[in-house]
Design a protein around this ligand. Structure first.
Ligand SMILES: NC(=O)c1ccc[n+]([C@@H]2O[C@H](COP(=O)([O-])OP(=O)(O)OC[C@H]3O[C@@H](n4cnc5c(N)ncnc54)[C@H](OP(=O)(O)O)[C@@H]3O)[C@@H](O)[C@H]2O)c1
Length: 363
C-alpha cells in the first residue's frame, strides 16, 4: 500500500504523544506534520514536549523530533502537507467542532479522539470490530459539509471501551439494564503522578461529564444506520459511576447485566470466545489477534498485568458470575490511551483506508 502522509493535531498532549509513538514505524502511515496550540507553535517537537514527555522508557521518535510544530489554527498550512489528520486537543467543545469541520472542508479527513462531534448523527463513532459498518454514514456527512473527500470520524470515550466490547456479542440476548462502575487511570486526564501528585494513594469519585458519556455513547456504538442517520440502540439502559483511581494507565469496569432473554454462563463465554468481529478478515496492522480474552483466574484481569494485552488493543474480561440482583456480573479492562484513544484512532484510520474512505491527495 502507498504510504499516507499524516498529521497529528494536539501532538504535544498525552494522546498526541501516544499517537507519535504508535505511528513511529507504522507500515501505512508517515507523520509529516505536527500541530498544537500557539504556545508550542514555532518550536521543534522535541523542544515543545521536552519537560512533559510522558514515556520515560521510550524516546521521542527521531523522525518527528525535529519537525517544527505548527499552530493548529493554520488549517491550510497543515492540510496541504497531509492526506488526513489525527486530532486530540484540549479545547472548548464548540472550538473543537469548528476546527475539525475546517479541516474536513479542506478535504482532509479527521480521525478524532475528541468528544465534540461524537453525538452528531452523521459522524461515525467507531470501535471498528463492532461497528465499522457505521462508516457508510460518511457519504451523508460529506453532503452536509459539501466535501468530496473530507469527513470526521470519531472514537468513543475511553471509559466505555472495556464494557461495550463485552456487551456487544451478547446483544441478541437483549440486555435490558446495565450497571457499570469504572476505575479509571490518571493518564485519562492527560496526567502522570508527577503532574498530579494529589492522586497518589487516592480515589476521586468524580470525572466531569464521564458518567453521562458512559451511559449514552454505548447506545450509538451499538446502534444502526436508518434513514441517513445513525440511530441509537434503544437498550440497554445504563447506569454508570466513573471513579478516578491511582493507576497510571488502564480503565477497569465492574459490570452487572440483566437480560430479556437470559443466557447461560456457557453461552456468554462462547460468545466472548467466538464472535467474529467486523475486521476479522481485513488484516489491519493494529488489530489485536484476539479482541476479547476471558481469564479463568479469579484475580484477573489486573490493571498492571493485563492492560498491555495485544499491544494494549485487546479487551480483558474476568470473574463472570451470577448476580443476585441482576442476572450476571463480570469485570473488564482496556488500555485507555491505546485501545481507548490513540490506538483506537489508528485502528479506525486503518479501517477507513482499507475500505476506501480516505483517498491519497497526490501531495
Ligand atoms: N488521555 C486519554 O486517555 C484520552 C482518552 C480519550 C480521549 N481523550 C481526548 O483527547 C483529547 C486530548 O486529550 P489529552 O489527554 O491528550 O490532553 P492534553 O494532554 O491536555 O493535550 C492537549 C493537546 O491539545 C493542544 N491544545 C490545547 N489548546 C489548544 C488550542 N487552542 N489549539 C490547538 N491545540 C491546543 C495542546 O497543545 P499545547 O501543548 O501547545 O498546549 C496539546 O497538544 C481530549 O479531547 C480528551 O478528551 C483523551
Amino acid at each position: 500500500m502507498k504510504q499516507y502522509q499524516v498529521g497529528i493535531i494536539g501532538a504535544t498532549g498525552m494522546v498526541g504523544q501516544r499517537l507519535a509513538l504508535l505511528l513511529e514505524n507504522h507500515p501505512w502511515f508517515r507523520v509529516v506534520c505536527v500541530a498544537a496550540s500557539s504556545r508550542s507553535a514555532g518550536k521543534t517537537y522535541e523542544e515543545a514536549v521536552k519537560n512533559r514527555w510522558a514515556f520515560q522508557d521510550k524516546p521521542i521518535p527521531a523522525a518527528i523530533a525535529k519537525l517544527m510544530v505548527l499552530d493548529a489554527s493554520e488549517v491550510e498550512a497543515v492540510s496541504s502537507q497531509v492526506d488526513f489528520v489525527f486530532c486530540a486537543v484540549d479545547m472548548k467543545k464548540d472550538e473543537i467542532r469548528a476546527l475539525e469541520e475546517l479541516y474536513a472542508k479542506t478535504e482532509t479527513p479527521v480521525i478524532s479522539n475528541n468528544s465534540a462531534n461524537r453525538l452528531a448523527p452523521d459522524v461515525p463513532m467507531m470501535i471498528p470490530e463492532i461497528n465499522g459498518d457505521h462508516a457508510k454514514i460518511i457519504d451523508v456527512q460529506r453532503k452536509r459539509l459539501g466535501t468530496k473527500a473530507g469527513f470526521i470520524a470519531v472514537k468513543p470515550n475511553c471509559s466505555i471501551q472495556s464494557y461495550v466490547p463485552a456487551l456487544w456479542p451478547l446483544m441478541d440476548f437483549e440486555p435490558e439494564t446495565v450497571i457499570a462502575c469504572t476505575y479509571q487511570a490518571i493518564s485519562g486526564a492527560g496526567k502522570t503522578f508527577e503532574t498530579w501528585p494529589e492522586m497518589v494513594d487516592n480515589v476521586i469519585p468524580y470525572i466531569g461529564g464521564e458518567d453521562e458519556k458512559s451511559e449514552t455513547e454505548p447506545l450509538k456504538v451499538l446502534g444502526s444506520i436508518k434513514d441517513d442517520q445513525i440511530v441509537d440502540a434503544k437498550k440497554p439502559l445504563i447506569s454508570a459511576q466513573c471513579l478516578r483511581v491511582a493507576c497510571l494507565d488502564g480503565h477497569m469496569a465492574a459490570v452487572s447485566v440483566k437480560f430479556k432473554i437470559k443466557p447461560t454462563m456457557e453461552q456468554i463465554l462462547d460468545r466472548w470466545a467466538n464472535t467474529k468481529t467486523q475486521i476479522a478478515d481485513l488484516d489491519l496492522p493494529s488489530a489485536p489477534k484476539q479482541f476479547l480474552t476471558y481469564f479463568e483466574d479469579p484475580s484477573r484481569p489486573q490493571t498492571r498485568l493485563d492492560r498491555d494485552l495485544e499491544n494494549g488493543m485487546g479487551i480483558s474480561i474476568g470473574r463472570l458470575r451470577k448476580d443476585p440482583v441482576m442476572d450476571y456480573k463480570f469485570v473488564c479492562l482496556s488500555h485507555n490511551t491505546l485501545r481507548g484513544a490513540a490506538g483506537g484512532g489508528v485502528l479506525s484510520a486503518e479501517y477507513l483506508c482499507k475500505m476506501g474512505y480516505i483517498p491519497h491527495k497526490n501531495i
